[in-house]
Design a protein around this ligand. Structure first.
Ligand code: CA
Length: 511
């Protein structure tokens, strides 16, 4: 009997060790406002991102990845909980996350993973489900950001770190991997970058990039929004009228200028820099700013100048991400972690890079509805593969749990993408549900909900009862509203039926 007990114990230990060896590590990059056309693994990219492309080349690129609600805190909560905004309660950026809800990090922690979160959090309540977290406070700052840290549930400690946010987030992440990781456990490591969020302040290593580059203008830069529902005209997110020279475009005001909007606090962004950082900053921007002020641009010429300045700084922020993701991938390779570590790269939503004359997000239009999503799963996912499957940020929680062999709670509303990653299927859903809530609010975008298939989308601005229908295969820039076009009557009715059925499926309260 004693021998039998010892044998069972031995088998149990061996079994546990085998399980441990097989449980993959997961590095999850979440970046803020990264448009898919600023990532060279995707067609038509404005820049080269060789390190982000390494993830795509080593795994799968998702070509139809979308969000449920194109705004920061809501998307982050959808990703964590695998539930739509009306279920998890974070419907807009003013909502506080109820951290008693089940999330994939909490479930993985309970299942024996060591869990860590470093970088942007932005959910008002403190993180739950992490052995270690070190987060930016609120939106965080690009230069000399303030971080707040807690280890194994300790009282959070705040401190300001000297340096640039994207670099520091990577330094902290690599430090955790090297010094704080329990090497007997599989790990889940969330590396959440603030960049390239507004106000698009580049890091010291990227300041000199694109000095002589002229980026192509989107064909809809001077859109007049005719034919679309009224919210396209009443928004307040145009490059021409709603982008601030000081806060958004790094042109300091002349003395005595009355500052409006975000320009009132823009000085705080550069006041955080060290003397050497500020010198490098001024050497980059001063000559161009002087020339700009002398040129006294007006009208479309002024919009064109703003677009170029916006693109340069936004894309410099992305290049900072690319360099830093490369540093972390190098670390994984150099420390024999790459073979058993899944890498996920995604953005919390897309972003307008001048399409329709806009910056920001919120609308259910393609530039911000779609996100870059890259997943490498060594030994499982074919290298350099891609999929057209219609997937969402809603799916990540269940996907990551499934990768780790952990059952997802029935409350979660997404789909595991594991069968797609294994090459067993190319489909996920035939239509997705979208719902944006933050109105009234900054940028003045009306509430709307809608459905997108792999060719069409229907959008309902339900508080003003206006509709849009687009065929984005034949009209990729979504300029032609086909709602009530008799030729599309059957498609319109079908999309409305899908909207109704998805609202029932996801238990959406009546609007
Ligand atoms: Ca965001």
């Amino acid at each position: 009997m004693k021998k039998y007990f010892l044998l069972c114990s031995l088998l149990l230990v061996i079994g546990c060790q085998t399980y441990k060896q097989k449980s993959p590590n997961i590095v999850f990059f979440l970046v803020d406002d990264h448009a898919f056309k600023a990532l060279s693994a995707y067609e038509g990219s404005l820049i080269e991102t060789p390190n982000l492309d390494r993830i795509a080349n080593n795994g799968m690129r998702f070509d139809a990845a979308c969000v449920t609600n194109a705004i920061c805190a809501p998307s982050r909560t959808v990703i964590l909980t695998g539930t739509h905004s009306h279920i998890n309660g974070v419907v807009d950026n003013g909502s506080r996350f109820d951290s008693t809800q089940p999330t994939f990090p909490l479930l993985m922690q309970e299942a024996g993973y060591q869990t860590a979160l470093i970088g942007k959090w932005h959910l008002k309540s403190n993180p739950v489900g992490f052995d270690y977290w070190d987060i930016l406070i609120g939106q965080g700052q690009y230069y000399a950001p303030e971080f707040m840290k807690s280890v194994n549930g300790s009282e959070p400690v705040k401190r300001i770190l000297e340096g640039y946010c994207t670099d520091l987030t990577t330094d902290l992440t690599i430090d955790w991997l090297g010094e704080k990781r329990n090497k007997d456990k599989p790990f889940l490591l969330l590396c959440h970058h603030k960049a390239p969020h507004r106000s698009w302040m580049p890091g010291p290593n990227q300041l000199e990039l694109f000095a002589d580059t002229e980026f192509p203008e989107p064909e809809t830069l001077f859109d007049d929004w005719k034919g679309r529902a009224s919210p396209a005209s009443t928004q307040e997110m145009t490059i021409s009228d709603h982008m601030y020279l000081w806060h958004d475009l790094m042109v300091p005001p002349e003395e005595g200028t009355t500052l409006e909007g975000p320009d009132k606090w823009a000085h705080a962004n550069v006041d955080r820099m060290s003397d050497s950082q500020r010198t490098a900053w001024d050497e980059t921007f001063d000559p161009e700013n002087d020339a700009f002020i002398k040129s006294d641009l007006k009208g479309d010429d002024l919009t064109r100048w703003k677009y170029q300045r916006y693109m340069k700084n936004y894309l410099r922020c992305i290049k900072g991400i690319d360099e830093n993701v490369g540093r972390l991938l190098d670390y994984l390779e150099e420390n024999d972690l790459n073979e058993n570590t899944i890498v996920v790269y995604m953005s919390d939503q897309g972003f307008f890079l001048g399409e329709h004359g806009w910056y920001d997000k919120r609308f259910m239009y393609e530039p911000c509805l779609r996100i870059p999503l890259l997943i490498s799963w060594p030994g499982i996912t074919d290298k350099g593969s891609n999929t057209e499957a219609l997937v969402q940020n809603l799916d990540l929680a269940q996907t990551i749990l499934a990768m780790a062999g952990i059952d997802a709670p029935t409350r979660m509303q997404g789909e595991s993408l594991v069968p797609i990653l294994k090459g067993e299927t190319q489909t996920c859903r035939d239509a997705l549900y979208y719902h944006y809530y933050e109105f009234p609010g900054v940028h003045n975008v009306q509430r709307h909900e809608g459905v997108r298939t792999n060719q069409y989308k229907i959008i309902h601005y339900y508080e003003i009862d206006e509709w849009e229908l687009f065929d984005f295969k034949t009209d990729p820039t979504e300029m032609k509203n086909l709602y009530n076009d008799p030729q599309y009557a059957d498609i319109q009715n079908d999309l409305k039926r899908k909207l109704d059925s998805l609202k029932i499926k996801y238990e959406v309260p009546r609007t």
